[in-house]
Write a protein that binds this ligand. Structure first.
Ligand code: F6P
Length: 434
C-alpha cells in the first residue's frame, strides 16, 4: 500500500460503485492533527462517490445515543477542509468509552447495527489509540460472526505514540514539535538569573505508561540550547532519593537545572509518583487513572530537601492542542492514514488499522500498510530499553534519529485579528436526516 493523497482515476471509477454511506468517529485524547485524518476520510469518501458522510458526535458513546452529524453540511469547499486540518482538538467531539463484551450485552451490539442499517452505513471508520482500536476489534468481530455487511477500519492517532505495528502515530510529531520548542524557551528562561541561587524547573509531559513523548524533550538540545539535564521515562522505575541527589549535584555546577518527567513515573513498588502528592481519583472506562501532579510533587520535594528554588510546569493539554506549531509531516501523514483507511474499507477490508512504515529516515520516505486489529487493540508499545541512556535519565542518539523527521515542516494556521481561526461544530450543528 503506497502513500496516496489522491488515488488514481481508475480507482475512483471503481469506488464510485459504492452504495452505502460512511461514518467516522474520533476517540480518546485529541491531537493537533486529528482533524487532518478526518479531512482525509472526507476526501476519500467524496472521491469514491459515497452518498453521505456522517460523523459520530462524541465517538461511539454519542453514536449509541444516535447523535450523528451530517458532515456534508460542513464541508462544501476545499477551503473548509484546509480549515479543518488547521483546527485542533476533536472536531466531532471524542469519548473514552469501552464497548462491553458481546456476551450478556447483545442489546448494545444489536442497537449499533440497527443504527448503522437505519442510516445505510456500510463503512465505519474510527480514529484513536490502542483503547479506541478495541472498538474496531469488537465491532468487526461481531460483524464477521453475524454476517453483517459493514466494514470497520481503524485510523491510528495518539500523542503517546504507543500503538504497535506502526512506526509512529499521527499526533506524536506535532506534540513533539511543541515540546521541543517549549523546552528550548523554558530552558532559556530558567537560565536568566545569573547571581542568585540555581533554579530547578521540572516539566511534566504526557504519555501515560510510555515515555515516547517525554523523550522528545531531548530534541531541544542544540548548539543554542543545552537541553534538559535529566529525562525520566515511565519505562524505568523512579527512585526519588537518587533523583534529589542528582539535582543537588547539578545545582553545585549549574545555575539552571531543567528536568523532563513523564506524568506516568512509577516507583519500584508500582506507585505513580503523582499519587504520592495530591491524589486525583478519576479513572476512565479503560481503568486508566488521570495522571497529573508529578512535576508539582517533585518540585516540592526538591525544595524541601535542598532548599533550592524550584518551579514546575505541566504541559497538560497544551501539548496536544498546539495546532499553531503543528508539524507538516505529521499533518500530512494524519491526512493520508484517514484517506487510506476509508479507501481500504471501500475495497472490502475490515478489522484492520492503517500503519506508517518508514522506508528511509534520511531522506524521509514513508509507505503505508495495514495490520490486523487483534494485534493492536489494547496493546501499548514502550520505548526500547536500549534507547534509554545515562542510567535511565536520558535518551540515545538513535532515538533522536528516529524522532527528528517527524517534527519537520509547519502547517501555518489561518488567522484573524492576530489569532488562529478554527472550524466549529457548534453553530452549524444540525441533526441529520436519513
Ligand atoms: O491518550 C492520550 C493522553 O493525552 C495521554 O497522554 C494522557 O495521559 C491522557 O490522554 C489524558 O487524558 P484526559 O484528557 O482524558 O485526561
Amino acid at each position: 500500500m503506497t502513500e496516496s493523497t489522491g488515488g488514481s482515476r481508475d480507482q475512483g471509477r471503481e469506488l464510485e460503485k459504492m452504495k452505502g454511506n460512511l461514518i467516522v468517529g474520533q476517540s480518546g485524547g485529541p491531537t493537533a492533527v486529528i482533524n487532518s485524518s478526518l479531512a482525509g476520510v472526507i476526501k476519500a469518501a467524496r472521491k469514491a462517490g459515497i452518498k453521505r458522510v456522517y460523523g459520530m458526535h462524541y465517538g461511539i458513546e454519542g453514536f449509541l445515543q444516535e447523535d450523528i452529524i451530517d458532515l456534508d453540511e460542513y464541508f462544501t469547499t476545499s477551503h473548509d477542509l484546509s480549515m479543518l486540518k488547521r483546527t485542533p482538538s476533536a472536531f466531532l467531539g471524542t469519548c473514552r468509552y469501552k464497548l462491553p463484551a458481546v456476551e450478556g450485552h447483545e442489546d448494545v451490539y444489536e442497537k449499533i447495527f440497527e443504527i448503522l442499517d437505519k442510516y445505510n452505513i456500510e463503512f465505519f471508520l474510527y480514529n484513536g489509540g490502542n483503547d479506541s482500536m478495541d472498538t474496531i476489534k469488537m465491532l468487526s468481530d461481531y460483524a464477521a460472526a453475524h454476517g453483517k455487511k459493514q466494514k470497520f477500519m481503524g485510523i491510528p492517532k495518539t500523542i503517546d505514540n504507543d500503538l504497535p505495528m506502526t512506526d509512529h502515530c499521527p499526533g506524536y510529531g506535532s506534540s513533539a514539535k511543541y515540546i521541543a520548542t517549549s523546552m528550548k524557551e523554558i530552558i532559556r528562561d530558567n537560565e536568566s538569573y545569573g547571581v542568585s541561587k540555581p533554579t530547578i524547573c521540572i516539566v511534566e509531559i504526557m504519555g501515560r505508561h510510555a515515555g515516547w513523548l517525554t523523550a522528545t524533550a531531548a530534541l531541544s538540545k542544540d548548539v543554542d540550547c543545552s537541553g534538559p539535564d535529566l529525562i525520566y521515562l515511565p519505562e524505568v522505575p523512579f527512585d526519588i532519593n537518587s533523583f534529589v541527589d542528582k539535582i543537588r549535584e547539578l545545582a553545585k555546577v549549574k545555575k539552571s537545572v531543567v528536568v523532563a518527567v513523564s506524568e506516568g513515573l512509577k516507583t519500584a513498588d508500582g506507585k505513580f509518583v503523582c499519587e504520592l502528592g495530591t491524589v486525583n481519583d478519576h479513572v476512565d472506562a479503560f481503568g486508566h487513572k488521570q495522571l497529573a501532579g508529578t512535576a508539582a510533587y517533585l518540585a516540592n520535594v526538591v525544595t524541601q530537601e535542598t532548599g533550592l528554588k524550584s518551579r514546575y510546569i505541566e504541559f497538560s493539554s497544551l501539548q496536544r492542542c498546539a495546532a499553531h506549531l503543528a508539524s507538516r509531516t505529521d499533518a500530512d501523514e494524519a491526512y493520508n492514514v484517514g484517506f487510506l483507511a476509508a479507501k481500504a474499507a471501500f475495497e472490502g477490508h475490515s478489522g484492520m488499522m492503517i500503519a506508517i512504515e518508514v522506508k528511509s529516515r534520511e531522506p524521509y520516505i514513508v509507505e503505508y500498510d495495514m495490520y490486523d486489529i487483534h494485534g493492536i487493540a489494547n496493546v501499548e508499545r514502550k520505548v526500547p530499553k536500549n534507547w534509554i541512556t545515562n542510567g535511565g535519565t536520558f535518551v540515545s542518539d538513535e532515538y533522536l534519529d528516529y524522532v527528528r523527521p517527524l517534527i519537520m515542516g509547519s502547517l501555518q494556521p489561518y488567522t484573524a485579528a492576530g489569532v488562529p481561526i478554527h472550524m466549529t461544530l457548534a453553530k452549524k450543528k444540525k441533526r441529520s436526516s436519513k
